[in-house]
Design a protein around this ligand. Sequence first.
Ligand code: HEM
Ligand SMILES: *[C@@H]1O[C@H](CO)[C@@H](O)[C@H](O)[C@H]1NC(C)=O
Ligand SMILES: *[C@@H]1O[C@H](CO)[C@@H](O)[C@H](O)[C@H]1NC(C)=O
Ligand SMILES: *[C@@H]1O[C@H](CO)[C@@H](O)[C@H](O)[C@H]1NC(C)=O
Length: 485
Amino acid sequence: MPFGSGRRSCPGVSFALQVLHLAFSRLLHAFNLATPSDQPVDMTERPVIHYLSSRPRTAKSRVSNTRAAPERDGAWPIIGHLPLLGGSQLPHITLGAMADKYGPIFTIRLGVQRALVVSNWEIAKELYTSCDVVISSRPKFRAAKHLGYNYAMFGFCPHGPYLRELRKITSMELLSSRRLELLKRVRVSETEICIKELHKVWSEKKNYSGYLLVEMKQWFGDLTLNVILRMIAGKRYFGATVAGNEAEARRCQKVMRAFLHYLGLFLVSDMIPFLGWLDNLIAGGGDTTTVMLIWALSLLLNNRHALKRTQDELDAHIGKDRQVNDSDINNLVYLQAVVKETLRLYPAAPLSGPREFAEDCTVGGFHVRKGTRLIMNLGKLQRDPKLWSNPADFRPERFLTTHKDVDVKGQHFELIPFGAGRRLCPGINFGLQMLHLVLATLLHSFQLSTPVDAPVNMTESAGLTNVKATPLEVLLAPRLSPNLY
Ligand code: HEM
Ligand SMILES: *[C@@H]1O[C@H](CO)[C@@H](O)[C@H](O)[C@H]1NC(C)=O
Ligand SMILES: *[C@@H]1O[C@H](CO)[C@@H](O)[C@H](O)[C@H]1NC(C)=O
Ligand SMILES: *[C@@H]1O[C@H](CO)[C@@H](O)[C@H](O)[C@H]1NC(C)=O
């Protein structure tokens, strides 16, 4: 049962099988395939993705001799780095400490590879505006693997016509505002279902003081993945939950058909990257959204005044006689500030997306050579004490006062959790809608606390995304009358 089984089995089964069958038949039909000197393929699996910390494999000797020459400009310290990055500290923390010592722009070497590390908004702005074309490529697969991204990172393709096409389809078709509006039903109903299920478990398993202990990482993960898979695979549209809404369901189905059509076009032009792309869209989009939901709830549980203020706002705008719906989100300004502050403190990709300089380039007065990696240290940049008072504190209020006009859409370089420029995250609107809707619904539906009111452990784990290291165990009890669940 590779797709699981039972009520929560993967809704993407038929879609996934179609893709696999079609792609493999086209691939095997169109090409003769063999391995160099008929070597068997190494079938080792990788259990964990170690971000930056894995060492490059062998066979680097000749290359490293020519590339290891220090950067011409002696103003940049060239530090010897992989050992530092492999330590117990997370890469963005280690690189942040280096920035304190060496400044907001410096280079390091990762094995044979040179990387430019950027930690402040001025340089970020210069890069994403005047050098944006030059930095719009992702590192090559092999190199990506060396860096530990292990192919799992979002779109690795270089900047060019293929990427433009891919981004056009993602942002204009699958993730466009219009499409997201059409697919609103999916978000809302899936959230509703998950809240209902949570309530059901509560009513069966609560102890006699009326509390249920729940591990929320799993719950957020299931919910996000269900929504994304339903958007792409479209299952459940004709299930019991939407029986009364044929017309909308049909419209959604049409969207899916268009998507499958594009899928066909892609398979003709370049099938393997496409598979990666789809996979990454599901994995990348689901993972980042889940990670952000976990941090947002953790921060609220560690800052109970903010939790209370969020719930007060929900009660003021929605009351207790109905559930939250999508059109309420605009009114929930404090909730939006909570989400921004979470994206500032715990951006899901603390080193942003991997980039590579496609040409030589001058940045901050320094010369950067073609082929250099770019590491944008968001974890550091977004906690710059020059721009944020008490930068490590969780203060959503700053987005209602001092930072009222700062948004996360890549125009304000002090806060770029979704990146910026041409390779800006195309899932930004969908991601924000999910964060707002799920948090609003959960906090409106349940009273939340931690066992013995202990603070939530905020340790981050190393990996592609900075997922919280330990489980998030929460005590919950309903806040609304039973008929609303
Ligand atoms: C909700 C939180 C999310 C965060 C914080 C986030 C963050 C990011 C970041 C930092 C990048 C790299 C941008 C750069 O290199 O400058 C990225 C790229 C990307 N994201 Fe997201 N993302 C989120 C949600 C999503 C969702 C929901 C989807 C899809 C449904 C998605 C799909 C992608 C794709 C396909 C790329 C690669 C774009 C390219 O290479 O051109 N993301 N994201
Ligand atoms: C109910 O469960 C919670 C969490 O396990 C615990 O803190 C609380 O004391 C329990 N109440 C009773 C009456 O058992
Ligand atoms: C959402 O709530 C608004 C009231 O704030 C209501 O007018 C609208 O019909 C609701 N939409 C749905 C789909 O329930
Ligand atoms: C938090 O979790 C980390 C990682 O598991 C652990 O090393 C640390 O001791 C925990 N901190 C507390 C206060 O429990």
